[in-house]
Design a protein. Structure first.
Length: 498
């Protein structure tokens, strides 16, 4: 049984300066920022367009398309000073911005969470990006890359967001190839960061695509010298979270998988541990359509990737789907990319060629509006309220278990101290329907606090245990919300003081 790894072909060595000069030749940048006399770059003021912010702010915008050496960000931009910004990386393929709508939605959502005001509607921003692409030389490979950034904007040297004049937008249209084709054929080596961990949502929410990547950089520095192409990061609890710039997947093929797709299990860390990648979502959808068993897990560990009939792969906008053959020095299966990874990569290539999966670079205004209309980008999510929390407990107390589907996200996590987390709506539904030890009862709410996408409540639960004993306990809950539903719930129970 062969387990010897094939040497991975390396990229031809060029100097950093030579590489950056090559990048500059093929790159153009769209920039838009408020006009602040003495701060806004002169070339932008003198040669750019002057317009009024769509956000209604009383500030004039200057915008335009430039070469990299013609313009730069002001030294007082808070994205530069503090990483106070969000971004998206978008693939340009087959003359289309691939999954543009999905990327734009995530950009606006991330900006909302950080209370960064994007000075354009989704349609206006799209028009600017298409204008930018008109100025960029066509890539030799037919594949290009767009980095779209929204910062807090120009402010003073203090950290206070209130001292910023308004948001800055810039977009870099260029080329990006993370890995040569040899890695897709032979597989990557992935190191493991043991000291640097992925921060939790209470520190820096991994679901937001912000420009604060220092933690990821530190993880790469920790594993430098290990001859790996990526580094795997763990959650604060020691479970697998994601790689520094990619999501990670595990494939387990059980006997008979060739005839029965349900014997293929595809697992990936739960969304609370990692960025909800656009390519990650495509893979999950394709895997379900193929009949594979799909698991979003909160308890994956690095040793899960080692063993026979396993495959590991990474996903990302720039990387696509790339196989992994070595994790933390341990060989995955026989050290060769597997058939499931190969099949999913074929399907991703089909998606890239599918006209319905992106926006054409020559799209007119009517096409832009119709394309964005399916899932409109919002600057402000619908607010949650105390009434939602009351409705949730009414549903639970009435034992309307099917009604929970309207209240809980598909990938929700329910945590109770001392118990393994319940991950996914189906698992939570099974808990309530089959495993809950409470026969009946009522939640008496003493207080509810809801602030944006977070909330909490507390009170008493009075009811009857399945063994016939009475229950009278205090409780407290903490929540996060997404798209009008509960995404995470933590429950604490205690007997009232006597």
């Amino acid at each position: 049984m062969a387990t010897e790894l094939v040497d991975v072909t390396t990229v031809p060595i060029t100097s950093t300066a030579e590489n950056l000069e090559r990048v500059a030749r093929d790159t153009r940048v769209f920039v838009s920022m408020p006009y602040i006399r003495g701060i806004t770059p002169k070339v932008l003021v003198e040669t750019g367009c002057h317009e009024v912010s769509a956000s209604g702010a009383a500030v004039e915008l200057c915008s335009g398309v430039f070469r990299l050496d013609e313009i730069g960000l002001p030294a007082l931009d808070h994205g530069l000073l503090y990483g106070d910004a969000v971004f998206e990386g978008i693939l340009l393929s087959h003359g289309r911005l691939f999954q543009w709508r999905e990327h734009l939605n995530r950009l606006y959502t991330s900006a909302e969470h950080l209370q960064i005001k994007i000075p354009y509607t989704a349609a206006e921003l799209t028009r600017h990006i298409l204008e930018l692409e008109d100025h960029v030389p066509s890539p030799d490979t037919g594949v290009g890359y767009l980095r779209l950034v929204a910062t807090r904007g120009i402010g003073d040297l203090g950290i206070n967001p209130a001292h910023c004049a308004g948001g800055t937008i810039y977009a870099i249209a260029s080329k990006l190839q993370l890995y040569p084709e040899s890695f897709y054929q032979q597989g990557l080596h992935v190191a493991l960061a043991r000291q640097i961990r992925r921060p939790g949502a209470e520190t820096l929410d991994p679901r937001l695509k912000t420009c604060n990547y220092l933690n990821n950089v530190l993880a790469l520095l920790e594993t430098s010298g290990q001859e790996a192409q990526e580094t795997l990061m763990l959650s604060q609890s020691g479970f697998v979270a994601e790689a520094t710039t990619d999501n990670i997947f595990l494939v387990v093929r059980s006997p008979g998988w060739e005839e029965d797709p349900s014997k293929v299990t595809i697992s990936t860390p739960v969304a609370n541990y990692c960025l909800k990648g656009i390519t990650r979502a495509l893979v999950l959808g394709r895997a379900k359509a193929l009949g594979f068993r799909v698991v979003e897990s909160s308890v994956m560990v690095p040793s899960d990737f080692v063993g026979e009939d396993r495959e590991v792969f990474l996903t990302g906008t720039a990387a696509g789907i790339v196989p992994v053959v070595l994790v933390d020095g341990q060989v995955v299966d026989h050290g060769l990319p597997g058939p499931i990874t190969h099949r999913l990569r074929e399907l991703l290539n089909e998606d890239l060629a599918n006209p319905a999966m992106g926006l054409e670079l020559d799209a007119d205004d009517e096409r832009i509006v119709s394309y964005l209309a399916d899932t409109p980008c919002k600057q402000q999510a619908a607010p949650m309220s105390a009434d939602f929390v009351r409705s949730m407990f009414n549903t639970i107390d009435s034992r309307d278990w099917d009604g929970l589907e309207e209240l809980f996200c598909e990938n929700m996590i329910y945590e109770r101290p001392g118990y393994e987390p319940l991950v996914g709506y189906r698992r939570v539904h099974k808990f309530y329907r089959e495993e809950r030890v409470i026969a009946s009862g009522t939640h008496i709410l003493d207080g509810i606090v809801v602030n944006g996408d977070r909330g909490a409540c507390w009170g008493r639960f009075v009811g009857l245990h399945k063994n016939g004993s009475a229950i009278d306990e205090g409780f407290a809950d903490a929540y996060t919300f997404r798209d009008g539903k509960v995404e995470t719930r933590k429950s604490y129970f205690f007997r009232p003081a006597v």
